[in-house]
Design a protein around this ligand. Structure first.
Ligand code: FMN
Length: 361
């Protein structure tokens, strides 16, 4: 089905196609069933992480459904988890259009969206309408107008306002399209920021203790692939020291090596196939440095089960897709799940947990 729709969508501007599909999925979630083959995930792919159940390791990366308007439709595509956002405290329009580009020759995208979103209240309302089971991560960022010196307030406010609708939260300090945001990855900014976020989380947890099932929300940090390896290693150690619950590797890259498309000259973050190798390298490095003590979500250039498996063997417990989903459509989820099951069996692993980080043993 997507094979028929894709040529039509690819004739539209990327952002028009994006809004059309997202609106469609939001108004008629069942529409997803037309394009997404139904499947039951094999038992071997099941994992329990942070007290959350993942029937298989494939999720949707942040940025596709920034306002959480289509989570029901997206869950029907078969994802075991959806990361919504990046959300900022106040609504903001993002950068002027055009700001999203298809690099078809490279099976890649360049975007400089700039956290266009309807703000925390709208996301909170939208997530209350979620009907299907599935893990929802909320990816949080600061408003463009908030100086880095006050960034902590934005992140803490987002934890306070969205805690109850999130299964996990991701601190995004790695998008290249908010001026100065990536500077927050330096230890001097990042450590106090994460300590404040953790404190806010702990307060919220205490406040929700009266619930029948206490609601504890893990805090993850999403990192850029462009940081030097030494910085990534040192950050990974600090994350363990301060008790961060998980890492996402990686966000988009500002690098442009080896591309064919003339659109490579557009400013923004590059995603898709050209990002695969570096993001896997970062997963590997973080896994080694953390000795596998906290789960890592691999994100970057996953188009096939082999790509996903490579990230898992490198140390990822879960894998997210975005650009691969745009190019291949919803059938990608089942393709990845079926393929992963076969790859696990071929390597003699009983279950996915045994394959996580296998390259390092
Ligand atoms: C159009 C677009 C918008 C994105 N917006 C966000 C965002 O708001 N927050 C974020 O953390 N990552 C964002 N990302 C990055 C993705 O979540 C993902 O980490 C990255 O694209 C690498 O995965 P991929 O190669 O499968 O696309 C965005 C990516 C794209 C292509």
């Amino acid at each position: 089905m997507y094979r028929l729709i894709r040529p039509l969508l690819f004739r539209m501007s990327p952002e028009t196609a994006h809004h059309l599909v997202l609106r469609g999925l939001s108004l008629a979630p069942r529409f997803a069933a037309l394009a997404a083959p139904k499947f039951t995930a094999p038992q071997a792919l099941k994992q329990q992480l942070w007290n959350l159940s993942f029937p298989h390791p494939i999720g949707l990366a942040a940025g596709l459904d920034k306002d959480g308007i289509a989570v029901n439709g997206l869950l029907r595509c078969g994802f075991s988890f959806i990361e919504v956002g990046t959300v900022t405290p106040k609504p903001q329009p993002g950068n002027p259009s055009p700001r999203l580009f298809r690099l078809v020759e490279d099976e890649a995208l360049v975007n400089r969206m700039g956290f266009n979103n309807q703000g925390a209240d709208a996301l909170g309302r939208n997530l209350l309408r979620r009907k299907l089971p599935g893990v929802i991560g909320v990816n949080i960022g600061k408003n463009k107008t908030t100086p880095n010196a006050q960034a902590v307030d934005d992140y803490v406010q987002l934890v306070d306002r969205l805690y109850r609708v999130a299964d996990y939260m991701t601190v995004n300090v790695s998008s290249p399209n908010t001026p100065g945001l990536r500077d927050l990855q330096s230890e001097d900014w990042l450590i106090p920021l994460l300590q404040a976020v953790k404190e806010a989380r702990d307060k919220q947890y205490q406040a929700h203790l009266d619930k029948v099932v206490p609601h504890w929300v893990p805090i993850l940090v999403k990192l850029a692939p462009d940081l030097p390896d030494t910085t990534l290693r040192s950050l990974a150690r600090r994350m363990i020291d301060i008790g961060i619950d998980g890492l996402i590797a990686t966000n988009t890259t500002i690098g442009r090596d080896g591309l064919l498309s003339p659109l490579q000259r557009e400013t923004g973050g590059l995603s898709g196939r050209p990002l695969r190798k570096r993001s896997t390298e970062v997963v590997s490095l973080l896994y080694q440095e953390t000795a596998g003590r906290i789960p890592i979500i691999g994100s970057g250039g996953v188009f096939s089960a082999e790509d996903a498996y490579e990230k898992i063997r490198a140390g990822a417990s879960l894998v997210q897709v975005y650009t691969g989903f745009i190019y291949k459509g919803p059938r990608l989820v089942k393709e990845l799940v079926d393929g992963l099951d076969q790859l696990l069996k071929a390597d003699g692993f009983r279950c996915i947990v045994d394959a996580v980080g296998a390259d390092h043993r």
